[in-house]
Design a protein around this ligand. Sequence first.
Ligand code: B12
Ligand code: SF4
Length: 514
Amino acid sequence: MNNKIKKILYVRFPCWKIYPGGVIYVIDYIHKQHPGITQELLDLALIPPAQRKQVLKQRIQSVKPDLVAFSWRNMQSFGPHPEDDALDVVMQYDYSPSLWRRFKAAIDAVSIIYEYTASRFRNFAYIKLARRLLPESKIVVGGTAVSIFGKYVVKHCPVDTVVAVGEGEPTMLSIVNGESPTVGECYYKDKNGDISYLNRTENFDLKTLTAVNFEYIESIFPEIHEYTNDYIGVHTKRGCPYQCHFCLYNQIEGHEQRYRDPIEIVDEIEALNSRYGVNKVWFTDAQFCSTRRSTHHVEEILDEIIRRQLKIKWTGYLRLNYMTTELAKKMLDSGLASLDLSFTGTQDVINSLTLGYKLEQQMRAFQMFKDAGYTDQKVKLYIPLNAPGETHFTLKETIHRINDLYTMFGRENVLPFIFFIGIQPGTPVEKLLIKQGYLNKNYNPLTFNPFIIKRLLYNPKPLGGIIARSYLQAAASLDKDSEYIGRATMDLIEQELNDKLVVLPTQPLASHPQ
Ligand code: B12
Ligand code: SF4
């Protein structure tokens, strides 16, 4: 072991309040390998913005860590859905019939972009502050934002900083052990400011990721209580072998699926439940239930939750490829809170986005939940509306299928999420849109230019106008207590498509799956 590392200070960068599961797994793992090392976690998401810099400074000065490890979750944070203000602003700016609202949208956009820009520069300033106060200490930066934009991040870091791409446990361990090169994919900015890229691949065995020791975590992070009333993220596996055109989760986590031990996973849930009364769990896998093998793994986890009679509600991203009525029953019996899944109503769009399943199979799987004793769990449909390949016909078909789901589950339980494709770097859809000239081939995915950001929330003409007008009309007249914006919007889109009997030019299809 490298004897120099005796104290580590982890700093979680501010983001919307969400349990810092990723960095907690890293901390727990390092503690289990080296219990003698002192670790602390400062979660800047819990500190009022005006005090963050000062609190960080004080903590660095009081702990005097040999290693400061920053965890960065979100960077390109605009969400192409109604829970994010950016979507509303874009819709108003492009399509509102009121000049005043368009003007107001432009003003709102300035403040959103300002906050977006400032939060990124503030994070870099925190890293630089650590370097100034601790010229000899090691600095590491990791987290999902870094996993996507590592090359960009390292350029803006101070000297002698490691930027760790991907899962953090093996990389941190190798840094703590003083190994060179470090394990995993890393960028390193050396003392002269030169940047090198290191990739020492060693398969991290997820079986070694045992249940988090919350007694230890609470001893160094008493603020954990601030999160225990809401969903807590629990990880069951990493990796996704699918290649959906808009998604980069498989790049972040790798294509190969690796699994944690189901007993350890349920020990972790049980500890959360008995220690803190946590009763809401989000399985934070890229896909909780996807391949045949992962379906068996899921089944083992659910069996164990049922056997221990844990009173929890759970959710996570699901695919229904290998669903059986028996598995649906186990999901319901173990506390399924909602079905969260990608949904579109034609096989053509499913194929063009290479989602890798059959629509009819998905519809049969829904029926299995009904047959298995479904009561009032929410069905949340993440619809890639107006994605490449969408036509007025496919959109109408999607609406018909949603209507079928209203009949099956009750209208009030089905939540069609107005969700566009957010174009992500390195994805097939990005390549397609560059090829089609929609995006410039040298565009910057981290741009602060509002007009390019707007293009990244992909909702092109001609359907874009119909969807946006319907959304704005639904938002303006909505009684939030009795109706959900997604349902109201889909109804209005259906009306507009029917009324006009429009035959719109189609967008070119993305390439078909292999
Ligand atoms: C599940 C999930 C959600 C769930 C979270 C549910 C919950 N209660 O936890 C929901 C749906 C709520 C959600 C929402 C959002 N999400 Co999200 N989400 C994910 C997802 C799929 C998994 C994240 C996760 O928890 N992983 C499990 C934990 C264990 O892993 P981890 O956090 O990555 O940590 C590991 C490494 O990153 C690393 N690491 C972490 N910290 C550190 C520190 C150091 C020093 C080191 C060395 C390593 C290290 O080691 C950890 C363990 O291996 C990722 C995509 C993905 N596949 O990663 C997107 C992702 C994190 N989300 C993203 C975004 C943008 C959002 C939203 C902002 C979207 C929006 N506008 O609505 C919101 C914001 C939420 C918030 N409050 O901040 C982006 C973030 C990157 C970016 N593009 O900027 C991602 C990567 C997806 C994407 N499209 O690019 N999300
Ligand atoms: S959308 Fe889901 S199934 Fe498709 S590649 Fe991404 S994580 Fe995998």
